[in-house]
Structure formats: structure tokens, C-alpha cells
Write a protein that binds this ligand. Structure first.
Ligand SMILES: *[C@@H]1O[C@H](CO)[C@@H](O)[C@H](O)[C@H]1NC(C)=O
Ligand SMILES: *[C@@H]1O[C@H](CO)[C@@H](O)[C@H](O)[C@H]1NC(C)=O
Ligand SMILES: *[C@@H]1O[C@H](CO)[C@@H](O)[C@H](O)[C@H]1NC(C)=O
Ligand SMILES: *[C@@H]1O[C@H](CO)[C@@H](O)[C@H](O)[C@H]1NC(C)=O
Length: 515
């Protein structure tokens, strides 16, 4: 290895992939579930039905998203969806059930709408991330369903699909009546991945995800179909990055080719607690990025009182990542997404402020789930509630609310302290853990000192590089009027977490007058 490469590797900037990811370092993402964000129908039932939110609705709201300081937008998949329901009576409103990869679903809009969105984002200096599924198509219940898929997917031989038939030989038509699903291997295989307890790699890669037709990446025409498709999508719509659904269930040799063909940052969905397994999808040349599931799985219990996991555990998981991953700066951190109850359904606002402050100031590419800034959406039991008025269809603007303001402030802080895209510290400077105790942790990054907690008011004492004052406090959330007490004694600083709100100090000037 050359000295330069060794240095870059040390800094976590080198990867075996030739894909350039520099345009993503320091970005922050606003994540949109297309059918439920903007432009949809009043009186929509949400749940499993289409609500007709669409691409034009997103384009119209770019100024809204930009105003809060976000500089990348991720939208759920746009390709043509199956018209039929799955075995659990659901529809493809979420976009994850492809019928034809080469068409745009009319519910979402037209190819022109998609180009317009991409162009509008570029004009605003923002990046466009498209969600894609390459592991499976929509639900398949018989040969008629297969026949109606798009060209390249509709061969009645079924060779384009895995047919792990309880390891017996049956014909494809028979197989469709009872495909082998990962769920059959029990909890060991789904949703978490644990070899040895009835789960093995064959089941993971070749088993079906419920009734969703599992694509066979070892079948050469199928692999070529997907590789051509990803390249075409990237070029046709000038896409800056992809979010890859169910990446855990796709063989790594294929992922490697897929990443090269995409030519841009891909953040993969690999849902597991196992950091060794998780990081192996970024190592070598598989994917450039990953959604940070091994951490996110613990965000809800950590940022709560008595959740069974505390900040000592959380901090240790975060510290482990620094040596495990080829680049922690390309991990996508998040608090909420579309696959679980929203954070606010069982947490306080102060706890949410703390969790968001952690995700925004820690290293990585933070992602914010649409609607978290709108109380009625953020507190809804349906985590995919639409962000428009149910009676009038009018878009619900949360930018001036408490969370909208928090995000605006955090994004401003990222820019001011060189952590945002193009900032001097975005790529090179990771967060440094200063202290962690059961209910809180403190970390330093680029002239910032942040103390985040489980929202319980308390005093946090730790060794600090210097003694910040109340004047060094930066405005983040909706903290009360009361200034927190900061007391220094020797090398130790004690800060009072008033109302359990997160504290962020500018320690640039206090560092000069070391204690
Ligand atoms: C499926 O969902 C539709 C729409 O919500 C509903 O009208 C119908 O009764 C459901 N069917 C079953 C079998 O649950
Ligand atoms: C994988 O697990 C399945 C289901 O339990 C089992 O039938 C199969 O023999 C296993 N394969 C290997 C290679 O261990
Ligand atoms: C975690 O994943 C690694 C790599 O796949 C595997 O060797 C290890 O056994 C897994 N650990 C657990 C606890 O499942
Ligand atoms: C909130 O609910 C989630 C499941 O959605 C659970 O994992 C978590 O422990 C709950 N937290 C609290 C504080 O109840």
C-alpha cells in the first residue's frame, strides 16, 4: 500500500470501490414516503390504501425542505407497482412492490415529473436520492401475475426467481402457491439474521420475503436486467444517490457490480444488530454506504427512561463502529423511519430533541423522516400518516414548530462549524466521546461540545477541555428561558440539563483559555 493510500484508509476515506462519494460527505437527508407527503387526496384513509401523494407534490415543497436547511431528499420507489393486493390485503402504495422496473407508476406521476424534481433539487444545490428495490418484485400468486410483469421479468419458466422449494423439486406454477419464505426459518432468519439457529445463508439469499417474488441474481439475464436498469435510472434522471431496500438478502458479488453500475453513493438497508455482519456490507467493494441499523435499533430505548439500554451501552456501540467500518462518515444515521412506530408515540418532545441532536452532530449522514416536524403526523399511531389536511388537502407546514426550528438550528450549526457539505471538517473529523453515564453522554466535534440525555432533568459532570459559560451555549431546541448552570472545578465541568433538553456549546473560544 502506498503511504497516501495508507493515510486515506486511516482516515476512512479510501474504499476499494471506484465510486466517488465526496458529494455526500456532510449532507443531511429529508426522507419522504411519496404516497403520504404532499399533493395527495383529502379524506384518505392512510393504512394500506393509496393516498396519491406524488412527485409534483414533492417538487412544490422543495423550498419548504430547503428552508429548514436540508440539502438532500430521499423519496420512496417510483416504479410501476402491481395492481393486486398481497396475502395480507395490502396495496403497493409504498412503492416497494414493482411490476415493471422501466415504468413510473401513474399514481406518483410521469417520467417528466421525475426529471423536473431532479432538476429542481440541483438548482437548489440539493442532492436527489431515489429508493430502489432489487431483491424482489411485488407479490406473486400465480402464473397470471408473472405474465403481467414487465418485459424481462415475465418469463413463465420462472428462472428469474428463486425457487427454494423446501428443498424439493416442484414446478414453478406449483411453487407459486407455496414459496419458501425466510419467515419459515423462524425468528432466527427474520427480521434478524443469526446463523445456526435454523437460519443459514441459503435461506437468507434464496428464501422469499413473504409472497414477494424473490429475484435470482445468479440467473445471468436477471442480473443483466437489473444492472442495465440501475445505470439507466441514474443517467435518465440524474440521480445522486440510491437507497437500496433489503440489501441483506442480495448476494455480495451482485451488490458489488450493482454499486459499480450505479456509479453513485448507495446506502443499503441491512437490518441486523450484528455490527460485524453489518459492516461487511460496506467493506471491500460491496456498498459505499449503509443505513445505521445496529445503532438505530437502540435509539428508542436509549433516549428514554428505563428503556433497558443506557448511554453507556449506546456509546460503546458507537465507539466500536470507528474501527469496524471502512467509512463511518458514509453511514446514514436516523431516529425514525417508515418501518416502525414513530419516536413521539412513546417519547417526550425533549427526548426527541436529544435523539435528533445526537444524530445531527455525530459523524455520518443524518436522515430525518418526513412529518417529524408536524405534531399530528409525528404523534400518529400510523407511522405513514399523510402530511396534508385530511379535509382540505392543504399541506401541513411544520417549519415554524418546535422540531422544525430545532432542525433549522442544527443545520445552521453544522454549516457554521464546518460539518456540512463542503465544510472543512465534514470528512475528516469524527465525534470524540467525552463521557457517558446511564442517562446521558457528552461528545466533542469540531469546536462543539454536545450533551444529550434521556430527557430526565439532571446534572452531568465530566472532564472537559475547557470551561464553557452560558454565553457559549448555542440555541438548539425549545429550551425554557432558564439558563443552565455551568460550574467548573479543576478539569471537571458540571452542566445542568434544565427540562432535560440537549445542550450544545461552542467551545472554540473557551479552548483558547484552557482550564
Ligand atoms: C381489504 O381492504 C379493503 C380496503 O380497506 C377492505 O374494504 C376489505 O374488506 C379488506 N378485505 C379483507 C379480506 O380484509
Ligand atoms: C439451511 O436451512 C434450511 C432450513 O432450515 C435447511 O433445510 C438447509 O439444509 C440448510 N442448508 C445448509 C447448507 O445448511
Ligand atoms: C455476527 O456476524 C458474523 C459475520 O457474519 C458472524 O461470524 C458471527 O457469528 C455473528 N455473531 C452473532 C452473535 O450472531
Ligand atoms: C417505544 O416503542 C418501541 C416500539 O415501537 C419500543 O421498542 C420502545 O422500547 C418503546 N419505548 C418506550 C420508552 O416505551
Amino acid at each position: 500500500m502506498t503511504k497516501l493510500l495508507a493515510l486515506l484508509t486511516l482516515l476512512g476515506l479510501a474504499s476499494a470501490s471506484t465510486v466517488d462519494t465526496d458529494n455526500w460527505v456532510g449532507r443531511n437527508i429529508y426522507f419522504i414516503l411519496l404516497d403520504r407527503f404532499a399533493g395527495g387526496t383529502p379524506g384518505c384513509q392512510n393504512g394500506k390504501e393509496w393516498c396519491n401523494g406524488n412527485i409534483r407534490g414533492v417538487t412544490k415543497q422543495i423550498p419548504y425542505i430547503k428552508k429548514m436547511g436540508f440539502d438532500a431528499v430521499w423519496i420512496t420507489p417510483v416504479v410501476k407497482q402491481v395492481e393486486w393486493r398481497d396475502n395480507w390485503n395490502g396495496t403497493g402504495y409504498h412503492g416497494y412492490w414493482a411490476k415493471d422496473f422501466n415504468k413510473i407508476d401513474e399514481h406518483f406521476g410521469t417520467p417528466e415529473d421525475l426529471k423536473q424534481l431532479s432538476q429542481t433539487l440541483k438548482e437548489n444545490g440539493m442532492l436527489f436520492m431515489l429508493d430502489i428495490v432489487a431483491n424482489h418484485v411485488g407479490p406473486l400468486h400465480g402464473l397470471d401475475d408473472v405474465a403481467s410483469l414487465g418485459d424481462g421479468l415475465n418469463d413463465l419458466s420462472g428462472e428469474q426467481f428463486h425457487q427454494l422449494a423446501h428443498f424439493d423439486e416442484v414446478d414453478f406454477e406449483e411453487y407459486l402457491k407455496n414459496p419458501y419464505t425466510m419467515m419459515e426459518a423462524g425468528d432466527a432468519c427474520w427480521p434478524y439474521y443469526d446463523f445456526g439457529h435454523g437460519c443459514n445463508e441459503t435461506v437468507i439469499l434464496d428464501g422469499w420475503f413473504g409472497d414477494l417474488g424473490d429475484l435470482n441474481h445468479e440467473d445471468e439475464p436477471t442480473a443483466q436486467y437489473l444492472l442495465k436498469w440501475i445505470g439507466d435510472m441514474q443517467k435518465n434522471y440524474d440521480i445522486d444517490g440510491f437507497r437500496l431496500d433489503t440489501a441483506l438478502y442480495i448476494p455480495k458479488p451482485f451488490l458489488e457490480k450493482f454499486q459499480e453500475e450505479a456509479g453513485v453513493y448507495i446506502t443499503g438497508e441491512v437490518v441486523t444488530y450484528n455490527q460485524t455482519l453489518h459492516s461487511s456490507f460496506q467493506d471491500g467493494s460491496a456498498l459505499t454506504g449503509l443505513l445505521n441499523f445496529p445503532i438505530t435499533e437502540f435509539v428508542k430505548p436509549t433516549f428514554s427512561v428505563g428503556g433497558g439500554v443506557n448511554f453507556v451501552d449506546f456509546a460503546s456501540l458507537l465507539e466500536n463502529q470507528k474501527s469496524l467500518y471502512s467509512s463511518v462518515h458514509l453511514l446514514t444515521n436516523f431516529v425514525d423511519n417508515h418501518d416502525g412506530d414513530r419516536f413521539l408515540t412513546n417519547h417526550t418532545l425533549a427526548q426527541l430533541e436529544n435523539a435528533l441532536t445526537w444524530s445531527w452532530l455525530w459523524h455520518g449522514i443524518p436522515s430525518f423522516y418526513y412529518g417529524t416536524e408536524v405534531p399530528t403526523v409525528a404523534e400518529a399511531t400510523d407511522c405513514r400518516a399523510s402530511q396534508w389536511n385530511d379535509e382540505t388537502g392543504e399541506f401541513l407546514d411544520g417549519s415554524e414548530g418546535k422540531i422544525g426550528e430545532l432542525m433549522t438550528n442544527l443545520n445552521e450549526i453544522r454549516r457554521e462549524f464546518g460539518l456540512a457539505f463542503g465544510g472543512v471538517n465534514a470528512a475528516s473529523l469524527g465525534a470524540v466521546l467525552k463521557a457517558d453515564e446511564e442517562g446521558w453522554m457528552a461528545f466533542e466535534r469540531s469546536g462543539l461540545l454536545a450533551v444529550v440525555s434521556n430527557g430526565d432533568p439532571k446534572t452531568a459532570c465530566f472532564k472537559s477541555p475547557c470551561c464553557p459559560t452560558g454565553e457559549d451555549l448555542l440555541k438548539v431546541g425549545a429550551r425554557g428561558e432558564e439558563e443552565p448552570n455551568v460550574a467548573c472545578d479543576g478539569e471537571e465541568v458540571c452542566v445542568e440539563l434544565v427540562d432535560g433538553a440537549p445542550l450544545v456549546f461552542n467551545i472554540e473560544s473557551c479552548k483558547e483559555t484552557k482550564m
